[in-house]
Every structure is written in C-alpha cells, then in structure tokens.
Design a protein around this ligand. Structure first.
Ligand SMILES: [Zn+2]
Ligand SMILES: [Zn+2]
Length: 370
C-alpha cells in the first residue's frame, strides 16, 4: 500500500540515524535533478523517504502503520484518499482524529452527511443548566443577591479535574505506546484498509493515569451541590433570562463547561403593576378631596410619597410621580430612547362616590345642588 522507504534509501529496518543520513547523501548526489543523469522522480522519492526516516516520531509511526499520521491526514485518513465526492457530492475531509472511537464502518462515515463533524468525545462541552428563580416585585425593581444551590456535575476538587490521584503522575499509554492513535484493519467495500482511530485507552492523550483519583475514580468529575451567589440586576422583568457563562455542568478533561441560565419569575404584587419601566397603582379619594384638591400619601416602591391632588380631579385621572419607577436595565425606556434614570410611577386616581349617607348629609348635598 505504501512505499518502502528503507528500500528506497537502501538501508535496513534497524539502520541508525547516521546510516540513514549517509545513505540519503550518497543517493541524493546521484539522483539530483541538476546533475547529468539525474532523476527528478527518484530524487523526490528519496527526499520523502528521508523526511520520514530521519524523524524519530514519523519513523515510528511509519514502522507501525506503514505511513505517518501527517500523510494519513493529508490523504484524508489512512487509505481513504479517494473518498471525496463519493457520497453526497459535498466532499468531506476525513480526519480519524475527529471520529474518535465512534467510527464503526463504512455506513457510519456517510451517515454524518454534508460535512457535519461530530464532536470529539474528549472535548465535549458540559451541559447548560436552566434554573427558574422566583423573586418578588421589589427585588425585581431594585435587584437582589440570592444564593442558589445547584446539584451539578462539577470538576473534581481533589484531582482538579485531571482524574489522577494527587502526586501520582502519569505514564505512557501501553495500548498506543504514547502515540494517541491505534491502527486496525477494517473491511470496507474497497477491501481491507488500515484506519487510525483515537486510542480508546487514553482517548488520544498518549498518557494514562497511574493511579486514579480516589474521590472521582478517575473521571475528573463529581456530582456536587454547588452554592452560587447570583446577582439579579435592578430592573429585571418577569421571564427575562440571565446567562452565567461557564457555570453550567463541567465537561470531561479539556472540555468547556456549560452555561447557567437563570430565568426570573416575578411574583405579582397586590399594589403595583409594571408597564416597561413604569409602575402603575391606584389610589381612591373621596368626592370632597377630588373636588377641592389636597394631598394624600401613596405607596411607592421607595415607601410612602405625598401626592398632590389638583382641584377638580376626575375619576380615572393619572398623576405622575417622576422617577419613582423601575431603573432602566439597558439604559433605554420602553420607547427605545436612551435614558439613564428610572421610569415613573403613575397613580390612577379613583374618586369614590359616597354611599350610606345620613339623612342630614343627603340634605346638605341637595342644598349644594351638585
Ligand atoms: Zn478526582
Ligand atoms: Zn493510548
């Protein structure tokens, strides 16, 4: 399947680096294209053989698999070079690294379709967590700090996620001899081909743990109850979601933790309603106050505030208490205008028609003629 580099250089399989270098120099001298009687094809072949055999890593890969990983990659995987355009016409570059140990057979490769790359097992992302947090009206207005408890997959605190018992170190993986990949013959419709897959023993790390962490049994992950202090910003509204990057579930070694999403549920308030950054409430006044005008105390999120009732106030009139609303989260009010202040508190004044008047009161009212 591949070229015999030892044969090309004319050296034995056990040749030393010096012997390889010497053999290359001698033959390069003969085949150099600039020389009379030189041979470009042979010279290129010679060069290729030398590039591989003069490099310890490449040489050991070549010895074991008949090619180097670099070659396997550039050809689209050990012997899979002709696959492009074979299936759906979109072509895909097969890199065995990416398939990990899920590569099962021929069908699986095409099953991935249109070039979608399945994630590497060892760089999987941790899961996201979504939590619904109940807060009350005033907490939503002014913001609140809450401590929440999450049961989640976390990085093991004993081994710091490495999976190794502290102080034990690691050793070269015996299954792949530290290469991180293993080759195996695979039967396909094109015949038997050798494929490289990520070493299942070390997941491509080339190293394995000498002694597994006693706490997580080598997983690097543990299920833990994690207490987190969450700061809910002032002005948040019912149903709005906050994202805390990296606070989701931890991933296996090398992977990124998921995110934590906190969805707020603001419990309804008896006195206040919210409309964007404005707060709405109602105040009942009597006929005489509505007629003559005066002052009343109304409840706001900041506490009681004096509200001036103008003379001749009709029921349903809305009186504005400026700046007593909700702080703007994003520096904008509900009309999209930039603002760096709070919304308003709008009080709807309800004039109560008196009931259960005494005969005397009724007579006095009649005398007034209103
Ligand atoms: Zn551990
Ligand atoms: Zn291995």
């Amino acid at each position: 399947m591949s070229k015999d580099y030892y044969n090309i250089l004319g050296v034995g399989k056990d040749a030393s680096q010096d012997q390889i270098k010497k053999a290359f120099r001698e033959k390069a001298h003969v085949y150099h294209p600039d020389k009379k009687g030189g041979d470009e094809v042979k010279f290129k072949e010679l060069n290729e053989a030398y590039q591989v055999l003069s490099d310890q890593t490449k040489r050991s890969q070549y010895d074991q698999y008949g090619h180097t990983f670099e070659q396997a990659r550039s050809q689209g995987g050990g012997g899979f070079g002709g696959f492009e355009g074979f299936g759906n016409g979109q072509g895909f570059n097969i890199n065995m690294d990416d398939f990990g140990d899920i590569l099962g057979g021929f069908g699986d490769i095409f099953g991935f379709g249109g070039g979608t790359r399945p994630g590497r097992r060892r760089t999987q992302r941790g899961r996201d967590i979504e939590v619904v947090l109940n807060i009350d009206f005033k907490e939503a207005v002014f913001g609140v700090e809450r401590e929440i408890s999450l049961k989640k997959t976390a990085s093991c605190s004993r081994c710091k996620g490495s999976g190794a018992e502290p102080g034990s170190g690691d050793e070269t993986c015996p299954a792949c001899r530290g290469l991180g990949q293993v080759g195996r013959m695979q039967r396909t419709i094109l015949g038997n081909v050798q494929v490289q897959t990520v070493c299942p023993a070390c997941h491509g790390e080339g190293k394995i743990i000498k002694e597994k962490c006693r706490y997580c049994r080598g997983l690097g992950l543990t299920n833990e109850i994690v207490n987190l202090k969450i700061k809910i910003p002032a002005g948040i509204d019912n149903g709005e979601t906050l994202r805390f990057a990296g606070q989701g579930e931890a991933a296996t070694k090398g992977g990124q933790a998921g995110d934590l999403y906190i969805k707020t549920r603001v419990s309804p308030d008896l006195k206040f309603r919210r409309d964007g950054f404005d707060i709405l409430s109602k105040a009942e006044i009597g006929v005489s106050l509505a007629t003559l005008g005066g002052k009343i105390d109304v409840e706001t999120v900041d506490g009681p505030v004096e509200l001036k009732i103008p003379e001749g106030t009709q029921s349903g009139r809305i009186i504005k208490l400026k700046g007593k609303g909700v702080p703007s989260l994003r520096g904008r009010n509900s009309f999209g205008r930039v603002q760096d202040k709070r919304g308003d508190h709008l009080v709807e004044v309800i004039v109560k028609t008196p009931t259960g008047l005494s005969r005397k009161q009724k007579e006095q009212l009649r005398e007034l003629g209103i």
